[in-house]
Write a protein that binds this ligand. Structure first.
Ligand code: C5P
Length: 247
């Protein structure tokens, strides 16, 4: 695989058995579809799914609840032990538990969006969550979505995909999801916020959001959801075939 590879959309076809043990890293910027595409890919290959953004969001939510300053890395990192992920009905690690309470519906809010990049640029926070993410992935057979999975968290992942689309396309999708016309003032605010987060996540000193050198780039502009899932499955299938043929 090379960084310049482009996967073309194709129909899903049955995957070789070897792909069931694969560790698949899907990275990309905000609203690139990593979590929905990652969950669909995981379901197709019978793997678990971890959206690492949930960990950063849950920690940010808890930091705000406790009235800690997002830039106080050591204090915020001290909260990591209070956060747990649990499986939903589909077996994905989508239940976000704080003190046993499911807070999943409180962490995808503009309030958390605004503070999460500050929390996630703290080296103490990244170190604490690094161990957590590796522990979850250790058993294999998992699709992991994030920003630095292929480059830092799981550099030995069998498959690395960098999912991307223009900021306008990503913001328009997010605006429609939230019930706004992309050209309306709230739609434009979503685009501004997304650009701000791209810039913050891509320029931080520790583990900036970036494609691994050996990631396959999948651009999703103009794709349907199904086309993007098929394109990623094509990449997984290729890696699964390699694993199957090797000793
Ligand atoms: O993917 P999502 O938009 O939910 O992630 C929220 C934030 O968490 C990102 O903007 C980024 O600051 C942080 N994050 C990260 N590394 C990851 C996943 C998320 O820094 N692997």
């Amino acid at each position: 695989m090379t960084g310049s590879d482009e996967a073309s959309p194709s129909q899903p076809v049955p995957l070789p058995d070897a792909s069931r043990r694969l560790v698949v890293a899907i990275d990309g910027p905000a609203s690139s579809g990593k979590s929905s595409v990652g969950a669909a890919v995981a379901a197709a290959i019978g793997a678990r799914f971890l959206d690492t953004g949930l960990l950063y969001r849950a920690l940010t939510w808890l930091c705000l609840e406790r009235r800690l300053r997002p830039e106080d890395g050591p204090a915020v990192a001290g909260l990591v032990g209070e956060i747990d992920l649990g499986p939903d009905e589909a077996g994905h690690l989508a239940r976000v538990l704080v003190d046993g309470r499911d807070v999943a519906d409180r962490i995808r809010t503009p309030r958390v969006d605004r503070a999460v990049s500050e929390v996630s640029r703290q080296p103490e926070v990244r170190a604490a969550l690094l161990d957590r993410q590796r522990a979850i992935a250790a058993a294999g057979a998992i699709v992991v979505a994030g920003r630095d999975i292929g480059s830092v968290v799981l550099p030995d992942a069998d498959v690395k995909v960098w999912l991307d689309a223009s900021a306008e396309e990503r913001a328009a999708r997010r605006a429609r999801e939230r019930g706004f016309d992309p050209a309306s003032p709230p739609g434009i605010a979503i685009l501004d916020e997304l650009r701000r987060r791209d810039q913050a996540d891509g320029s931080r000193a520790v583990s900036p959001s970036r494609p691994a050198d050996d990631a396959v780039h999948v651009r999703t502009d103009g794709n349907t959801f199904e086309e993007t899932v098929a394109a990623v499955l094509a990449v997984v299938r290729a890696a699964g075939a390699v694993a199957e043929g090797s000793p």
